[in-house]
Design a protein around this ligand. Sequence first.
Ligand code: GLN
Length: 319
Amino acid sequence: FIIPEFESFSKEIEEIYWKCKSNNDGKVASYIPQLARMNPNYWGVSICTIDGQRFSLGDVNIPFTLQSCSKPLTYAIALDQLGEELVHRYVGQEPSGRNFNELILDHNKKPHNPMINAGAILVCALLKTLVKPEMTLAEKFDFTMNYFERLAGGEDLGFNNAIFLSEREAADRNYALGFYMREHKCYPEKTSFRECMDFYFQCCSMETNCDIVSVMGATLANGGICPLTEEKVLGSESVRDVLSLMHSCGMYDYSGQFAFKVGLPAKSGVCGGLLVVIPNVMGICTWSPPLDALGNSCRGVQFCEELVKKFNFHRYDNL
Ligand code: GLN
């Protein structure tokens, strides 16, 4: 086993869990009523190792929407289907140093990276327009959801239509980003702007839970092979690229500090989800809705910081 003493390991995780539970910092996202209504006390942690050992604690079966945690997944599909060279003709690899939804492009008038809204909207355009272009939006939705499900070992994902509709209503900034990119001819030819935006909102509105997302993390930790099904869902080059950008850009404008303090690839979402990958070891998902000023889950960030205090999971431990 990759974690030989899994039971004592789980005990230590449990201690960190309870420590973080008493953290009452942060505010639940309030830009749409469906998120504002989230109970701030929800707190779940799930772990899945690359050899399929699992441990879960707290609110791990309550559904939440992926939101920005979908960004590394759509990016992974785009890489896998189109190759790194083509994808990065359209989107950069640089942290933006700004908020996730800021109206800004890089010096080449490309979105900075696929982990912020502009980049993720663009990746959705690539998926919609260049990957199997004959597919309708409905077919592309199924195709994408199926990919997500295979990353999760065949677990069914849900779709939260109320959140999708609200996201689309409250999306002035995302439309502004979308139009700004259209002005700068960022999209591949023949992109349907409306379909691309809808597809982005749909990816954000896919619904999962902690348990399921930890398996997705384990698939990424395992070079694209799902530890539960042994299916090779993604090529290892694609996984390497995804983890690289999660490491440098996955935590909004906290990414640099997170890379320094925690040293692990991670991606957070506005719903309070946090997907963390310990390469060659395990996937972790934490979920707790209250967010700090930069948009990361307060308990989730604390959990990661405590985790690397106890274990030598920081990328530059063990040197
Ligand atoms: N739906 C959100 C948005 O597009 C997702 C962003 C996030 O999770 N930070 O603004």
